[in-house]
Design a protein around this ligand. Structure first.
Ligand SMILES: [Fe+2]
Length: 382
């Protein structure tokens, strides 16, 4: 489908916003998961990180719940894949629990929803297309992010890898009944990792606002997310981490309705070289702003958060991006981008990525080469 027809197709129907029915937020709010009255009919998909498990255990112990009555599956290593989705589906067995709780980063929240879809036979794994779920087969999803990165808790989409590429499954049934934003997880995280998480949030906010997909309500969420990060990231206020978790949620909400752009096309492409999604966004964000500097929406967004334009936006973001990418090992990516053959492959894959279709400006091979030149410069300075 060419760009003109793609845009025309996107305009069919009224815009809408689908979002979790309830969002609980604030430090310590994870205890909400232990208060529910249907714990016997709840299963938990949980990050394998020890600090996450410790926070979950503490929440239940405070409520006097004995942990051995809970059905809990720690996430296997890596991003969701067909293998880990099948592990989750087997864990669910033949029954549909009333409630499925996912606690962790975006990969855990995606994994628990995909595991249910697979258990129900709803997912066509090659394409990611989802059959409609019967109402009685739909569990209530409760999602508890432990980073301020993906915003997956706000989205009706779950991503997994299949045959070396990323596949997105979209379903109304994936939209959480309840999202819980507990900032205590950020307190235990090194600031370098907080900065890396924020790169994904910032990329969602900026790319969704500038996307060609028109959804004014979702774009307002993007403006708020960007403002929250710019205002609170440098602060030492005790509420700082609360605001960053809220920014992650709002940016995820915007991205799930408006899609994203070239920075995400880049992140999806280089994931095969071991670069995490958030780290790739940190590496590519300023390059993405530079190649889209001519887009009116980007200038408008900068002004709406009190900045004079794109250059001022880059300046405001640079301390966060530098913290995220400095001191990391970029040698593998540098080697890939220095090899002319593999550089061509990266450009070809970026062009094939669905996110490039919603970038505010159409980008050709030369534009993408310019983007990658800026990437090389950014990691060269790191
Ligand atoms: Fe992202």
């Amino acid at each position: 489908m060419d760009r003109k027809n793609f845009v025309a197709k996107l305009k069919i129907g009224y815009p809408y916003l689908r979002q979790p029915a309830r969002v609980t937020f604030g430090r310590g709010s994870i205890k909400e998961i232990a208060k529910a009255d249907d714990l016997q009919d709840t299963v938990f998909f949980v990050s394998a990180r020890s600090e996450v498990r410790a926070a979950v255990d503490a929440a239940f112990q405070k409520q006097g719940v004995t942990l051995n009555v809970l059905r809990m599956l720690p996430k296997p290593p890596g991003e969701p894949s067909l293998e880990t989705v099948d592990i989750g589906a087997s864990f669910l067995g033949n029954q549909v629990p009333r409630r499925i709780v996912g606690i962790g980063g975006g990969s855990v929240m995606d994994w628990c929803r995909l595991a249910w879809a697979q258990q129900q036979g709803l997912l066509t794994v090659g394409s990611g297309s989802m059959a409609r779920a019967r109402d009685e087969a739909r569990p209530r999803f409760w999602l508890v992010p432990t980073t301020c990165a993906t915003g997956a808790e706000a989205a009706g989409v779950a991503v997994y890898s299949c045959g070396g590429r990323k596949v997105a499954a979209v379903s109304d049934a994936f939209v959480a009944e309840h999202a819980v934003l507990d900032s205590q997880f950020l307190e235990r995280m090194p600031q370098k990792d907080v900065a890396t998480s924020l790169a994904d949030t910032l990329s969602h906010a900026i790319e969704s606002y500038c996307s060609i997909v028109q959804n004014p309500l979702a774009k307002e969420a993007a403006v708020s997310a960007l403002w929250l990060v710019l205002e609170h990231e440098p602060s030492t206020n005790p509420c700082r981490n609360d605001r960053l978790m809220e920014a992650g949620y709002l940016a995820g909400l915007a991205a799930s309705h408006c899609s994203v752009g070239v920075v995400h096309a880049f992140a999806h492409t280089i994931s095969r070289y071991g670069v995490s999604h958030a780290q790739a966004n940190a590496i590519g964000l300023n390059a993405g702003i530079a190649v889209n500097a001519g887009a009116e929406a980007l200038q408008t967004l900068a002004r709406r958060v009190g900045l004079s334009g794109c250059q001022a936006l880059v300046q405001a973001l640079t301390p966060i991006m530098n913290r995220a990418i400095t001191g990391r090992d970029h040698r593998r990516l540098v080697a890939v981008l220095a090899d002319e053959q593999r550089l061509h492959e990266v450009i070809a894959e970026m062009k094939a990525d669905v996110c490039l279709r919603t970038n505010p400006l159409p980008l050709n091979d030369n534009d993408l080469r310019g983007f990658l030149d800026r990437v090389v410069a950014a990691i060269g300075h790191a």
